[in-house]
Structure formats: C-alpha cells, structure tokens
Design a protein around this ligand. Structure first.
Ligand code: PDD
Length: 279
C-alpha cells in the first residue's frame, strides 16, 4: 500500500512520524473520511468544507488545494481505479519538541492520506443491525472531526462485546448520535434527527438524507430524541460515509419495526442508492 505523508508517496512500511507529533501527543489534529462510487469521489466539496471548518475550529492552517490531486495519485499508485476506495485524511499541528501545550511557531502541519479498497457487504444495509445505548462521554465540541476519539472507541468496543454493531449515545437523556454515525428515527411519516450544533458531527450522509426528505416531501424534525421515548418511534436508522443508510432493527432489548428494516428507511436507502449509481 502506498500512502502520502508530508509531501512523499511511500510504501506504508516506510511512512514515519516523529513521536513528538502533536497528533500523537495531544490528539491535536483533525481528519476526514471520503469514499468513491464508480471510481469518483462522492460529495468531495462537502467533505472539504467540513475539513476546513474542523481546521478553523482548532486554528490549524493548511492549504487543501492539492488534496484532490494527491488522492487521485494514491488511487492510481494503489491500483484502485477499478475498485471503490475509502480515503482517510489526517492533519495535525506538527511537532513540538520539547513537548509543550503551547502552539509551536513556524512548524508545518503533518499531513497523512491513505486509500483502502472498500469490500462491499450489503448484509447490514439489507437486514438491519442491532445497536445499544450508552452515555455520551465526549467533550462539548463534537462538531469538530477531531482525532481525539477515545470515548467513541471505548463505546464502540462495548457495543461489539455485546454483539451490537453500533452504540448510540445519550447526553442528559437526549440521543446525540452514534459512535461513528448519525442517528435517525421515524414516526407518523416524519423523520427525526438531532439538530446540528456542538453535540453532533454534521454528517455528510445526514445532509444527503435531509436533502432527499425535502425532495420526497417527507417532513423533517431536527430535534433531540429522548432516550426514554425511543419506544414511541416506528423506525430507526444510522448514517455514515461507510454505513450509508443502515436500518436499525433492535435497540438494547427493544425490537423495532417487527425486526425488519422500516418502510421509510428503505425508501430513503433506495433514493440514496440512485445518487451513488449516478455519481
Ligand atoms: N465517521 N458522527 C460521527 C461521530 C462520525 O464519526 C461520523 C463519521 C458521522 C457520519 O458522518 P458522514 O456521514 O460524513 O460520514 C457522524 C467516519 C466515517 C469515521 O470516523 O470513520
């Protein structure tokens, strides 16, 4: 696998980072995950806008104008032209020697980009998944796609141990989002999801779902769902770049929509599929 690091395209074994990199020492960095459909980047500008917002939020400056070109070269070097790829971009504030909280002066950020082949597996999207609820242990800037991911890593691991595919998180009794997905519910033909703000990441797939709802005249309510009201909803699904629109058929011990993906969920999934086919 060839990766890109600080100006070089290298076999992954040769890619090296300083142990003084602030990404390693402080999780002082941001990242982005993009994918291709039909070999073409999907919603690239939306992802770059979000990356810029994340960088601005942590006062990190980096010129993103060459990223697209680098991604295309990586796809070529890794012979992924005929496959679908997942692209990971990470930018940190560079190195601080000696270790110090203070921002370093005249230090270049570290940039790392890798591409991997996507092994398509439709099972979860067709059959739906079981998820669990856990307390949201994260900080109050979940809108920043920060590499500081320990709370969601731990929550995701707890879900895995319990045989679930995702954990959805609640703060003060309100559902925010999943560990790496946005969360949606439906009832009375209306779609519900948490509002944008400091408590969720503004997912690109979330944005597309809301666009599709508008096109299909499906009413949207961007309000927090109360954890203790989950049982009053008819359908649930989670969204992300990798999971697309994945139906939820069980939350903790609550079986939903008769253990089947819900109708509205499948309509949206179908419409989403059309966008990816024509990408
Ligand atoms: N995760 N919420 C969180 C906390 C996320 O980490 C993600 C994405 C999303 C969905 O965003 P999008 O639809 O733009 O992928 C919501 C990425 C894929 C990851 O960390 O791998």
């Amino acid at each position: 696998m060839i990766v890109y690091i600080n100006g070089d395209f290298l076999p992954k074994e040769e890619a090296k980072l300083s142990p003084f990199d602030r990404g390693f020492l402080f999780a002082d960095g941001v990242y982005e995950v993009i994918r291709t459909y039909n070999g073409k980047l999907f919603r690239y500008e939306d992802h770059m806008d979000r990356l810029r917002r994340s960088m601005d939020s942590i006062k990190l400056e980096y010129d993103l104008s060459s990223i697209k070109n680098i991604i295309h070269q990586l796809i070529e070097y890794n012979n992924l032209d005929k496959n679908e790829s997942l692209i990971y971009i990470q930018i940190t504030r560079g190195i601080s020697v000696p270790r110090s909280h203070k921002f370093p002066e005249s230090v270049l950020p570290t940039i790392f980009i890798s591409t991997t082949q996507i092994e398509e597996n439709d099972t979860d999207r067709k059959k739906g998944i079981s998820i669990i609820t856990l307390e949201d242990l994260r900080w109050k800037r979940c809108d920043i796609k920060s590499v500081s991911l320990l709370p969601t890593v731990l929550s995701n691991e707890e879900a895995n141990k319990k045989g679930a595919r995702e954990a959805i998180l609640f703060r003060d009794g309100l559902i925010t989002e999943g560990t790496h997905t946005n969360f949606f519910a439906a009832k009375d033909e209306t779609i519900f999801t948490a509002p944008e703000g400091n408590h969720i990441l503004s997912g690109i797939t979330r944005k597309i779902v809301l666009e599709l709802c508008n096109q299909l005249d499906i009413p949207i309510s961007e309000e927090f769902i109360k954890k203790d009201k989950l049982k009053t909803f008819e359908e649930f699904f989670v969204t992300s770049t990798t999971k697309e629109i994945t139906p939820v058929i069980k939350i903790d011990s609550l079986t939903v929509s008769g253990n089947q993906p819900g109708q509205l969920t499948m309509i949206l999934q179908n419409e989403f599929g059309k966008l990816t086919i024509t990408n």
